[in-house]
Design a protein around this ligand. Structure first.
Ligand SMILES: Nc1ncnc2c1ncn2[C@@H]1O[C@H](COP(=O)(O)OP(=O)(O)OP(=O)(O)O)[C@@H](O)[C@H]1O
Ligand SMILES: [Mg+2]
Length: 268
């Protein structure tokens, strides 16, 4: 299987990007996949969620060309390239750099082969940090809250992804959308999910991440949901989402193999 590099992005704040990177990453690593998480947000919530305070190398030094990528192991199969507040200056500092959109992509090129999955946590903006993430990625997942404005705000990110695809990274594709902080008792939430389905069709994952307090509590203890409260609804939902992610990638691999077989047959 080739490495899937997945940017988790939505310029709307607080939709569950970081919570999803933490828990999808941990879930896949616990199943046995090798996973790298990259924190592209100067808020460094992903880094803090794992209680990492001092790392030798952060994304900032890497983007500035001051250091080679050096990851920190969280537990077996799970590593992180952390962020720091310094990263907030990077967008301005790199503005005159040639090829500034490709810096992350180039920096991780030599290490991504070691992993099955790389997840990039994007900041709630569409500036140079997000563009670097989209240029380095092979896929984008968009988490959405079941809010009636959820779809409306998407025009901008879809436009940006379209531009990145045209000019910087032909591979990039929105391959997944999922609903977070879902409450099935709310009619509004159910209606919004129907609208999201109409818009994204099969890109929408079946799994909805329900509202669950354990998901909000876990980071303060430096844990993902599986180590914090494995019996919680949050753990159940993220486990289901991980299974769907794996299934999608396995069927892609099958498609690729079948395509190769077709080519071989044609050559016979
Ligand atoms: N399913 C959930 N149930 C309850 N709380 C949640 C859930 N998902 C996320 N949260 C909480 O909602 C807040 C926002 O989540 P998170 O930080 O993951 O969003 P984000 O999109 O990364 O935000 P930002 O745009 O600021 O980076 C956090 O306090 C988080 O703990
Ligand atoms: Mg975040």
């Amino acid at each position: 299987m080739s490495t899937s590099i997945i940017a988790i992005s939505n310029h709307k704040g607080g939709v569950g990007k970081t919570t999803s990177v933490v828990n999808i990453g941990a879930g896949l690593a616990l199943i046995g996949y090798k996973v790298l998480l990259i924190d592209m947000d100067p808020q460094a919530n992903l880094t803090q969620s794992y209680g990492i305070t001092k790392a030798k190398v952060s994304v900032y030094e890497v983007l500035k060309g001051e250091a080679e990528v050096e990851t920190v192991e969280i537990f077996e199969n799970l590593e992180i390239l952390p962020s720091t507040l310094d990263l907030s200056g990077a967008e301005m500092e790199l503005i005159n750099e040639a090829g500034r959109e490709y810096i992350l992509s180039e920096a991780i090129a030599s290490i991504v082969d070691k992993y099955d999955y790389v997840f990039i946590d994007c900041p709630p903006s569409l500036g140079l940090l997000t563009i670097n993430a989209l240029t380095a990625a092979t896929e984008v997942y968009i988490p959405l809250q079941a809010h009636y404005l959820a779809i409306k705000g998407l025009t901008k990110i879809i436009e940006v992804i379209g531009k990145v695809k045209k000019r910087l990274n032909k591979k990039i594709e929105i391959t997944g959308v999922f609903v977070t902080q879902f409450d099935k008792r709310k009619v509004l939430h159910r209606d919004v999910v129907d609208t999201i389905y109409t818009y994204f069709q099969e890109k929408l994952f079946n799994t909805k991440i329900r509202e669950n307090i354990a998901l909000a509590e876990a980071p303060s203890q430096g844990y993902d949901i599986f180590h914090y409260d494995p019996e919680s609804k949050g753990a159940e939902d993220y486990k289901k989402l991980c299974k769907e992610i794996i299934e999608r990638h396995m069927s892609e691999d099958d498609d690729e193999n079948n395509d190769n077989k077709e080519v071989n047959k044609d050559n016979e």
